[in-house]
Design a binder for this molecule. Sequence first.
Ligand code: GLA
Length: 727
Amino acid sequence: MKKTTIIAMMLLLFTAMASAQKKTIRVATDNLDLVMQVAPNGRLYQVYLGKPLIDAADYDNIKWNVYAASDGSVCTRGHEVYATSGSEEFFEPALAITHADGNMSTYLYYQSHEQRDVEGGKETIIRLADNKYPINVTLHYVAYTKQSVIKAWTEISHVEKQPICLWRYASAMLYMKPNTFYLTSYHSDWAREGQPAEEMLLPGKRVIDTKLGSRAAEMTAPYFQISIGNKATETDGEVMLGTIGWTGNFSFTFEIDNVGALRIIPAINSYASEYSLKAGEVFTTPEFIFTMSDKGIGNASRNMHDWARLYQVNMGTGDRLTLLNNWENTAFDFDQKSLAELMKDAKDLGVDMFLLDDGWFANKYPRKDDHAGLGDWEATRSKLPEGVPGLVRDAKKAGVKFGIWVEPEMVNPKSELFEKHPDWVIMQPNRDTYYYRNQLVLDLSNPKVQDFVFGVIDRIMTENPEIAYFKWDCNSPITNIYSPYLGKNQNHLYIEHVRGVYNVFSRVKAKYPNLPMMLCSGGGARMDYEALKYFTEFWCSDNTDPYERLYMQWSISKFFPVKAMGSHVTNWNKKASVKFRTDVCSSCKLGFDIDLKSLSADEYKFMQEAVANYHRLKPVILDGDQYRLVSPYDTDHCAINYVSADKTQAVVFAYDLHPRFREPQKALKLQGLDPTRKYTVTEINLEPGKVSQAECNGKQYSGDYLMNVGIDVFTADEGASHVFELK
Ligand code: GLA
């Protein structure tokens, strides 16, 4: 018999054996399936990822990668669900261990699995173990049925005689069948958050990672988009949106292997973080969250938004407060009297809350600029003689809620805290100190420091139970990487610090479950879904130039619901009209950070009306479905519409950025409406004395017309904006 015939016969025999022993595990949602199978070798392979097959029995027809080796033997190789180091796997592993005896190989065999109902879907728990070393790996997948979102994480433990060293510990690992892949990642910097870069993935590895310590998103963002086959658009194409919930160093590895398949490994960045795991301890990875759609990016985003509001973001289905912040207006220059005036302004404007920013604390080294005071969380007596209670009282008198800024994880060397506890600070013992914004990071790996940071919030709240909101800032990455607490285990610093941060967040949430908080980090360096379990929203960027914001909000809203995206009207780019600035922020979670007294009477009146409109339309904008219609990246315009869940209401935002002279304008086709319903279109947010020039204003159209013919909302006027309410 010829060698090829023998191989073919062996393959047949193998396939027959295999189908007899196949154990299929399906992580299923309405529009996304992840399917795994146990192979005859006892190991677990991914066989499918994508739109569910109509007949689940078809999953058994999918072949593993079965190879006939040159010696005629048959082996199973590749696309192992949680690939390990030292095996026949030649690519980047999800898990790499140096065992207590120095052996660097790990082989994981399927042990058992179970599925149980959880809120919103089903959790699949798969237990794997090595057959030579007492290593246990438990894979978790929560499949959110209606939203087609899957959340995956992993637990690693062992009972070896000595600690083992983990040098790769991914949250999960996913594969996509050979195709052309376009990766969109989001690079960033202060005031330049969420800048997309799309590239075709080539054979080999593309790694996106950070080394910032206790931030997620500066330099690059912890989320990505993969288009499969062709570049996806908002309405077409197959696309994955993925993000990791880790407020620290993360890494995404995208590797195209020898057969052209794409391997995706989301993980904590193991840079400087080889983790020594003791017997009996469980190492739990962060959650990797992803969704896929074959109907374009918009559909995938709406999956994410629904899921986030229902199951992940703190008080995701609750209301959000509009506010007046004082940072861009006063910076550090205020006192009790001037704040009392601003509180009255907030009331008059019609917003829910006044938010006091940086500069209210410290006495020995008062916080009059960013050089001193961080760490000393007592109100500066010279500025605020009646302390925070006096401010809470003034706000109450003015008729608004009161919120306050804190940055409790940080310290200025010029502070009483630093003088008292230099050992609480992450700082090199034997090198010159590098200062990022004149400050240093407290060592949250130290439980005493965790108590202190929790105590900052707890003391303020105990003294002032009526505080309605915190803006929690974090203005420095971890610098001078050395923890006095961890001694010789410096390799644990990056991980234990972030765990310490979560310990504090969760204690705050447990004690103050109804306290809304904004996550801020020198602008938008903290936007991730783990922190959002504790926070109601995040600050997208210190860059509030409305033009820039349209781009950023477009990108960031792919992954996060606008309900969680703070957007404040400021004086960044005064050339843009107050209307344009307000209309840009009204498409997110609206706030103001501007000297209201500097506005003209008309501008102010406009703002008051816009606030009232926003309050009326908040349920549609913040809880409705978002459709990104016209991208500022592709055109000179931008448009978005929101539709209420029952499709009876909608809001359209249309912006003219930098149109060309006499540029012909395309009609704007809306999305997400009920084609059979009639909608009356009314232009709102009009400047005083102005009448709508829009032809559609006051007219009634069917949803079908609005979606297929569209309305004329764009102009050739630079910096014009129009908002329409549809009922
Ligand atoms: C950071 C925040 C700003 C403001 C300042 C205060 O930069 O992003 O919004 O709170 O800190 O120092």
